[in-house]
Design a protein around this ligand. Sequence first.
Ligand SMILES: [Zn+2]
Ligand SMILES: [Zn+2]
Length: 270
Amino acid sequence: MFPSQLLLSSKHHKEQILNPIFEPFGTVLFVNEGFDTDDFGTFCGSIPRKEGPKYTVKEKCLAGMQFATLRQGMASEGSFGPHPNIPILTINEEWLVYIDLDLGLEIYGRSTTIEVCHAQLHYQDAAQLPSFLSNCSFGKQGLVLKNASSGQLLEKGIQEPAQLELLLQQIPEWQIETDLRAHMNPLRQKNIAAAGKDLMERMQRRCPNCAHPDFSVQKVSGQLACSLCFQLTDNYQFLEYTCNYCAHHQIEERTDKKLEDPQFCNNCNP
Ligand SMILES: [Zn+2]
Ligand SMILES: [Zn+2]
């Protein structure tokens, strides 16, 4: 399992979100204050991220371990972007990785959600300010302030109404956005916790052949039959588990359903 003290390469107090998940299993996460994860890209766009979050989280984890001269470590990385199928929706994807150089482990936890606080308001829509602030739970949710024409970041981590009011008076052409950093974004905190639970579950699912963790579903296959006409539907019947270490393969039938509802049947509900 994890070491009792585990390095988390991350800023913005993510150990406070994850420790309630890890502590019951005997692991306390700590951060190395001297290690600056901003080198891997920031949400305000001042340092662009070069690669996707899965790549970035691994690089960040390895760099943090090297910095601390440790053989085990964890890192966290998140992103916001348009939903791949419904682009008007924003999706938040959170990744965690646990790396153990001695055991050759590289295990990822992931969670995606469309329950996000990712919005902006422009000075020309100032009439909507009260509803904007209430919709995004301003206070618990922090804001960043930008210059509307240049896009320049002027202030971040705004959580006090008096501070916001003063800033808006000083900057006539303002644009405010929700702060996406974890300690300023409660919905993101919830999604990071979900990624932590996913990682913990993967650590506990061991291969029946070699006992390595992360014996996970790699693909689905087969087709469930319709419960009315018994023709095959497009929904899968089997879960296929593969061990990343010894390649042990196991096919299991779905336990949640044996037949598909006729509403998903191309014959009964074309
Ligand atoms: Zn195995
Ligand atoms: Zn049918």
